[in-house]
Ligand binder design. Structure first.
Ligand code: TXA
Ligand code: MG
Length: 311
């Protein structure tokens, strides 16, 4: 339902009211659907963890309307400002030292002295953040360990029962969660995403790897993005009983991630096709090789997690 992108003001006002009342909201963003709560309200944040079945040590991203609001949440150095100017609003999350007097509750930060912050680009998310006025936590709206929802229907199916309001913003244009970069010491890529390594390095120079810093990225569990069926990667062709996610020209079957070999299109289709293939209860989901370049790094990261490999 693409018309959902043009959300009317009444629905957004009602959703902002739900947040103020401590309730949860299904929220479209350009990356994936989120399950949103008032970041300042620890009881509402706790309800998010319960709805997702998520380990409570996993910190959440504070979503805000603009850079000025982000600067009330976190402390920005020159590198953080440069990245924000280049990529916000958009699919980039910055992990920064928390600002004095931040509204983001300790629970949302899992007790850390750092905070993840992002300014989403989706018009409905922007509308809600402007109407609400404060930071909003919004983890992906899936139950823990399941693929992130990229359509309204999938989001409602996953965690809609826990929400007091649900905003339909159509299918998510990006389809993968935001890139997460920590700027605490040297810049570190904690989660690859739609903003690519090369785009980031053009602004802040070489990125360190996340592995040495795993405690700062507790969300990167193995099998974090798993469908119920086993996933077989780098498959040249499907075996009998397998569902087949192909890629590129000549890829046959129902689920070609991108017939033209376009990585952005493949990212946008990835989670929806994993879900659709999973619903047919195949022996396994076989996935064609995806090039490890540009957005391919993020796609392959999610696929390795879906297959149960430690990233
Ligand atoms: O695209 C997105 O970012 C989506 C949409 C809804 O905005 N949200 C999302 O949130 O993916 P979530 O909670 O599923 O993922 C948040 C990631 C996790 O990997 C978490 O560990 C990391 O951000 N994170 C949050 N706060 C952190 C912190 N203080 N230090 C390090 N990593 C942090
Ligand atoms: Mg998630």
């Amino acid at each position: 339902m693409a018309e959902g992108a043009a959300q009317n003001g009444t629905e957004i006002a009602a959703a902002a009211g739900a947040l103020r009342a401590g309730r949860l909201v299904i929220l479209p963003t350009e990356t994936v659907y989120g399950l949103a709560a008032d970041a300042a309200n620890a009881r509402a944040v706790a309800a998010v963890y319960v709805a997702k079945g998520r380990p409570s040590f996993n910190p959440l991203i504070a979503h805000v309307a603009d850079l000025a609001a982000a600067q009330r949440v976190a402390r920005f150095d020159d590198r953080a400002l440069a990245l924000a100017e280049q990529f916000w609003p958009g699919p980039l999350t910055l992990v920064l030292p928390v600002a004095d007097g931040t509204a983001v509750s300790d629970l949302a930060r899992a007790g850390l002295d750092t905070v993840a912050v992002r300014v989403p680009a989706h018009p409905t998310a922007r509308g809600l953040l402007a109407a609400f006025g404060g930071p909003v936590v919004a983890p992906s709206a899936n139950r823990s360990g399941r693929p992130s929802p990229t359509t309204f229907q999938d989001a409602v199916e996953e965690t809609g029962a826990a929400a007091g309001a649900a905003l339909d913003g159509g299918a998510c244009a990006v389809g993968l969660e935001s890139t997460v970069v920590a700027l605490l010491d040297q810049p570190r890529l904690l989660r690859p995403g739609a903003v690519t390594r090369a785009e980031l390095e053009a602004v802040v120079g070489p990125l360190s790897e996340a592995e040495a810093d795993a405690k700062r990225s507790p969300g990167r569990l193995a099998r974090h993005y798993a469908p119920k069926s086993p996933v077989r990667l780098e498959a040249v062709s499907p075996r009998p009983g397998e569902a087949w996610l192909s890629f590129g020209p000549g890829g046959r079957g129902r689920w070609n991630l991108s017939p033209t070999g376009d990585l952005a299109e493949a990212a946008a289709n990835l989670f929806a096709y994993l879900r659709a293939a999973d619903r047919t209860e195949p022996a396994a989901i076989a996935v064609a090789p995806i090039p490890e370049e540009g957005l391919g790094e993020a796609i392959n990261d999610r696929l390795r997690r879906a297959a149960g490999f430690v990233g």
